[in-house]
Design a protein around this ligand. Sequence first.
Ligand code: ADP
Ligand code: MG
Ligand code: MG
Length: 252
Amino acid sequence: MLIIRDLHARVDGKEILRGLNLDVRPGEVHAIMGPNGAGKSTLSHILAGRDGYEVTQGSVTYMGQDLLEMAPEERARSGVFLAFQYPVEIPGVNNTYLLKAALNARRKHEGLPELDGVQFLKLVRQKLKIVHLDESLLKRPVNAGFSGGEKKRNEIFQMAVLEPKLCILDETDSGLDIDALKAVADGVNTLRDPARSFVMITHYQRLLDHIVPDFVHVLARGRIVRSGDKSLALELEEKGYGWVEDLAGAEA
Ligand code: ADP
Ligand code: MG
Ligand code: MG
């Protein structure tokens, strides 16, 4: 699904990713944890194809293709989805309109017929239930006036509609109360599938109480310095990130 090799990247001339390696197979859920400023969001933005990041070395292969050569829209069409750490408000753009266009672009790419308005609404109603969101949200501009929890649920809702192959969640759990956290976790667990993979960036262990990952990685100073299973997340919770920073420092 995803193979990242020796990835180096700069933001504003500053090297943020410094030799990152990661392998994600279909069906796997990978959690990436790490201290603030480690480069977690940088990694997710590079995978989504956001502007302003300069890859200076290394490769990213998605389903056998060079992901870094693909335009952001092309990545989205072919099944890469990023749930942002800070979802943006898009005043004036209707939530449903944007989603319908995105879904039909995805379906076209998969060789499926486009959905008309009625079919789309039926699908959307089904998916809203997964994240316990109210239908009135669909009529509002994207994320405009949404609470923090609603924005995050909206991201998961979009993901449920688009049925991506590779789902990247950047701190989707941050700032959520327990109900919203559960809604997000339910959404992800419902979408778990042998043909779909998740890269979940999280700062805290608590999301992993609800979504049990296959692998946990620690990202520090721009590279993965430790990989393990769920117990690694518990170890981090207990010991903090100081020792990983030391580890990263020793390797640098
Ligand atoms: P994390 O998500 O792990 O907290 P980030 O990837 O957001 O870390 O940031 C990694 C480093 O890159 C930080 O030192 C941050 O200040 C820097 N950085 C991120 N985005 C920008 C930007 N647009 N301009 C300048 N520096 C940035
Ligand atoms: Mg951060
Ligand atoms: Mg971040």
